[in-house]
Design a binder for this molecule. Structure first.
Ligand code: XIL
Length: 362
């Protein structure tokens, strides 16, 4: 573990206020008890037209191939590093840019690992997709067991988003600003941010990110929104609302966590992606994996599913990035038994790898 950086100076006035306010006093929070029913999806923050300074949601060449990476493994394992560098041009930090890593205390930010990863990526000409600024999970321990004054958490979050996006400005210009905002029924998911800030937190976070880096491409990222479902309809409504209110938003990440028995069909997937793209957004595959049972049959079915998604991405000009959540079965959040990734635990290419390669290039 490296040193904990003090809040950068000279700080925004709001920054100091918020961080100082939070440094004082804490009490028990009845986390779940404070929850209200799922709030309606329409963002309530004041509408203000924002010009998008960032251009394109359409790419020129084939989609960029990326993978989520463990910074620990990247530093410690030469085979892991070599396999990644042989095949990938973009990465998403699996954990080191999450709030529990970067905000160890209310008044301090910790960038050591994230900075190390970004330096390494730049040295190897690998693009970094920032992940994830505002999420209901992987929150710092100090955030639980607190009673928040009205507005207190909102000011803290404003400071956090601006400080992080500002810190990486020019080095990381793509951000998952809001991760997993929706519940399965398509309404806003009950989490700390909805409870303490209200449904406007999504628009707020996007506006703060844009303020801190006018050139950044800002994403909402979500799972189980690749097919026809209430959650997909909820996402379309959320995105339309944000666009209609002039909230800065450039793209949607489809996490695409699938299994050999749970996956959208070809037509359904393509129609869904087109509907998101019709809103003028980039529509990227941001975290794909496909859990599979042991054996050749499932490995081939897994490859078919990867091919279907990679080909849909390649055929949609708005899909600029095809990213898997890890790349070898030796390191996956699902557990190695699920074999969800394109390389085996030994680093051998699987049928899924050949499917991805040929589908993206064709
Ligand atoms: C996962 C990481 O891979 C794990 O190491 C961590 O313990 C939990 O989070 N959706 C996301 C990712 O947006 O951030 C999650 O990553 C996987 C699901």
């Amino acid at each position: 573990m490296g040193a904990v950086a003090p809040v950068p100076s000279p700080p925004h006035p709001v920054f100091v206020k918020a961080f100082l306010a939070l440094a004082v006093g804490a009490a028990a929070v009845a986390a779940a008890a404070g929850c209200r029913d799922d709030a309606p999806v329409a963002p309530t923050a004041p509408a203000q037209a924002q010009s998008r300074e960032q251009a394109p949601t359409r790419r020129s060449g084939p989609p960029v191939l990326g993978a989520a990476v463990s910074w620990d493994l990247m530093r410690s394992s030469r085979p892991y590093r070599r396999l990644f560098l042989a095949h990938y041009r973009a990465l998403t930090p699996e954990n080191v840019m999450k709030m529990d890593s970067m905000a160890p205390a209310p008044d301090r930010l910790h960038f050591t690992e994230a900075d190390g990863l970004v330096r390494w990526a730049r040295r190897h000409d690998v693009a970094v997709h920032g992940h994830a600024l505002v999420w209901g999970k992987q929150l710092p321990a100090w955030m639980s067991g607190r009673d928040w004054e009205p507005g207190e958490l909102r000011s803290w979050l404003e400071s956090y988003v601006k400080a992080v996006v500002g810190h990486f400005r020019g080095r990381v210009d793509d951000w998952d600003v809001v991760n997993e905002p929706l519940a399965a029924n398509g309404s806003l998911r009950r989490n700390l941010w909805l409870r303490e800030i209200g449904p406007g937190y999504v628009a707020d976070a996007l506006r703060w990110a844009r303020e801190a880096n006018p050139r950044a491409r800002l994403y909402v990222n979500e799972f189980n929104i690749e097919g026809r479902s209430r959650k997909t309809r909820g996402m379309l409504a959320l995105l339309k609302g944000l666009r209609g209110d002039g909230v800065p938003l450039d793209g949607l990440g489809l996490q695409t966590h699938l299994t050999t028995s749970f996956n959208p069909g070809r037509a359904e997937l393509r129609a869904t992606m087109r509907r998101y793209a019709a809103l003028g957004l980039a529509v990227d595959v941001s975290e794909m994996d496909v859990a599979a049972a042991p054996g050749r049959r499932d490995a081939l079915e897994q490859a078919r599913i990867y091919r279907r998604v990679a080909a849909a991405c390649r055929d949609l000009p708005a899909c600029g990035r095809f990213t898997t959540w890890g790349f070898t079965d030796a390191s996956t959040w699902l557990g190695t038994a699920q074999r969800p990734l394109p390389f085996s635990a030994a680093g051998e290419p699987k049928p899924a790898w050949r499917a991805i390669r040929s589908a993206l290039r064709r």
